[in-house]
Design a protein around this ligand. Structure first.
Ligand SMILES: [Zn+2]
Ligand SMILES: [Zn+2]
Length: 110
């Protein structure tokens, strides 16, 4: 798998805020989904395709975030995961979730 795809998949695994709690700009991908900071193509991090259930239908959604938020979320997720994962305590390089989150951190730092 090309590393770009793997990185995008890692970011796609990050938990997002409730869709219904977001502003228009956040839904449209022009504002960071976590802190609402305005995004440009240069500063935005793509968080992959998400399926969102709206009244009776499902839509594809491509949320975006600013780098500081994506980095913080990925680090928080890794920290939280590491506390409850035996594989990561043992050898984190063998844990798909742990290595995925590490890739997400790497991607957000770029
Ligand atoms: Zn942000
Ligand atoms: Zn793990």
């Amino acid at each position: 798998m090309p590393s770009d795809t793997a990185n995008a998949a890692a970011l796609a695994a990050l938990p997002l805020p409730e869709f219904n709690s977001l502003s228009q700009g956040q839904v449209r991908g022009i504002a960071c989904i976590w802190d609402g900071a305005p995004l440009s193509t240069a500063t935005a991090v793509d968080l992959g395709e998400r399926k969102v259930r709206l009244v009776g239908t499902r839509i594809s959604w491509f949320p975006r975030a600013c780098r500081p938020c994506a980095l913080k979320q990925a680090m928080d997720a890794l920290l939280e995961h590491g506390q409850s994962c035996e594989q990561c305590t043992d050898d984190s390089s063998l844990c798909p979730v742990g290595t995925g989150l590490l890739r997400a951190i790497h991607e957000a730092r770029r």
